[in-house]
Design a protein around this ligand. Structure first.
Ligand SMILES: *[C@@H]1O[C@H](CO)[C@@H](O)[C@H](O)[C@H]1NC(C)=O
Ligand SMILES: *[C@@H]1O[C@H](CO)[C@@H](O)[C@H](O)[C@H]1NC(C)=O
Length: 455
């Protein structure tokens, strides 16, 4: 990328396209920014009655990025169980990690598998190399694990090494053919792009790709179109805000009520930066002659913590952004320019990842802590117990091993005489609820004799 800072200011709107020779990936993310006037009132938090979250269903267009750059994450099997109880329908991983692929076998979760940048040159060298890769990394897990796409490289066209980007399309084609040779017809092949592939982004209808990547982009679009695959972009209103906190409205970035703006060419009204970023991508694709390729957001998120100079990184902002993003995706609303195309979106990220390099925010994009507790609540859980379970302490239970230890793991709890009947009832209801312990022996209509007074 050549060093260029272009800003286009009109009325209360601003679009900043920023890239620089020395910039890191994060610097390149936020090149689409729009400012809109501040609105006087804040959106109400949390979408009303908290109980409305209890019976939420799976959201087919909601995915999450499961990154592994950490040394304290729970085993993948536990992660599969954790995600089962959330609205998330799909995970995206950055490399074909065998433990993760195995852990998600025989679950309903769709899995998008990343092909690391480093593998691209060899995969481009021959279809045999691609066959080897598919044989080693996909065949052992498919279809027990619902692998639905391969994502070849991450933001390759915005990186400085042209070695990898020159090989990108050939690697995608070789992998596609290797899948077909393996008789796998329903796994698509794509790649991800940062917003830095755009040269101009204001207004969305006038957005265009950087001229120097257009030849490669044309080949990518032709491939995606002919294989019915999606264009995948990493869209972060956070990075746009972080770079221009004085100019970009936080309300507009966080999906809060705000006046928004109208695209002067189309008269379409934009009330959030996320939609404007996606429509900018749609326009740039259309300018190269394609209007049948869906855009999927491969990454979007907001950090809950950052360094002193990282504007906007806070727990409240992260909670608000992700909660509103999930609501937006779940509504299947599409964007102003493409109202009938729901936006499949992969939130970044599942966990805080303690070994990620860079500023503090990089290690704080997670919705969950490594101990599986939520960093903040965004209404992701499908089912929760009606009341939090009373702690064992509160009812004074002791749990001697079952005398019948031949059955291995059987454990009986004996309440201390000092425990109150009310608390005991509560904890029994919790322990015996669906999916919990086998409580037949203590049911009056069960087979056991453990009911007092005995019947
Ligand atoms: C993909 O096709 C295989 C058969 O090749 C099938 O078993 C599997 O269920 C399909 N997966 C999806 C997600 O439709
Ligand atoms: C539990 O038992 C201890 C004595 O063993 C007692 O002091 C305490 O109040 C009891 N707690 C409850 C919740 O019953």
């Amino acid at each position: 990328m050549n060093a260029c800072v272009g800003a286009c200011l009109a009325w209360v709107l601003l679009s900043a396209t920023i890239s620089s020779a020395s910039s890191t990936d994060q610097d390149l993310e936020g090149n689409v920014g729009f400012m809109a006037q501040h609105w006087s009132h804040r959106q109400r938090r949390g979408g009303g009655d908290d109980r409305s979250n209890i019976k939420q269903r799976k959201c087919p267009n909601l995915g999450i990025n499961y990154g592994l750059v950490a040394n304290d994450l729970p085993p993948p099997k536990e992660v599969a169980r954790l995600l089962e109880a959330t609205r998330v329908s799909s995970i995206k991983i950055y490399s074909p990690n065998a433990d993760v692929l195995r852990a998600f076998s025989n679950t309903d979760m769709s899995v998008v598998v990343g092909v690391p940048d480093e593998s691209i040159p060899v995969l481009a060298s021959s279809t045999d190399a691609a066959m080897l890769w598919i044989t080693a990394n996909i065949i052992p897990f498919f279809p027990a694990t619902r692998i639905v796409s391969l994502v070849v490289g991450n933001e390759v066209l915005s990186k400085t090494s042209s070695d990898v980007s020159n090989h990108l399309v050939q690697a995608m084609e070789n992998l596609y053919h290797a899948l077909l040779f393996s008789n796998i017809q329903n796994v698509s092949v794509s790649t991800t792009h940062s917003m830095a592939v755009l040269e101009t982004s204001y207004p969305p209808s006038a957005s265009r790709f950087h001229p120097q990547i257009v030849p490669t982009m044309k080949r990518i679009l032709s491939f995606l179109s002919s294989t019915s695959s999606s264009f995948m972009s990493n869209s972060y209103p956070y990075f746009a805000y972080k770079q221009n906190p004085e100019l970009i409205s936080l309300d507009y970035a966080l999906f809060r009520p705000n006046p928004g703006f109208s695209d002067p060419n189309t008269n379409l009204h934009y009330s959030n930066l996320f939609d404007a970023q996606i429509d900018s991508i749609y326009s740039a694709i259309k300018a190269l002659g394609y209007d049948n390729i869906p855009v999927v957001v491969a990454e979007s998120g907001w950090p809950s913590h950052g360094d002193a100079d990282e504007a906007g990184a806070s727990l409240n902002n992260a909670e608000e952004y992700n909660r509103n993003l999930i609501t937006h995706i779940a509504s299947n609303a599409g964007t102003p320019a493409s109202p009938n195309r729901p936006i499949r979106t992969y939130i970044f990220a599942l966990f805080n990842e303690n070994l990620k390099p860079g500023p503090t925010s990089e290690r704080n994009f997670g919705l969950f802590q490594p101990d599986e507790s939520e960093v903040y609540d965004v209404g992701l859980q499908i089912s929760r117990p009606a009341a939090p379970p009373p702690t064992m302490d509160a009812v004074n239970l002791t749990n001697p091993r079952s005398p019948d230890s031949s059955s291995g793991s059987a454990t009986w709890c004996i309440a201390k005489p000092s425990s109150s009947i009310e608390l005991l009832e509560q904890i029994l209801q919790f322990a015996c609820q669906e999916g919990g312990a086998d409580c037949m022996p203590i049911q009056p209509d069960g087979y056991g004799n453990c009911v007092y007074p005995s019947q």
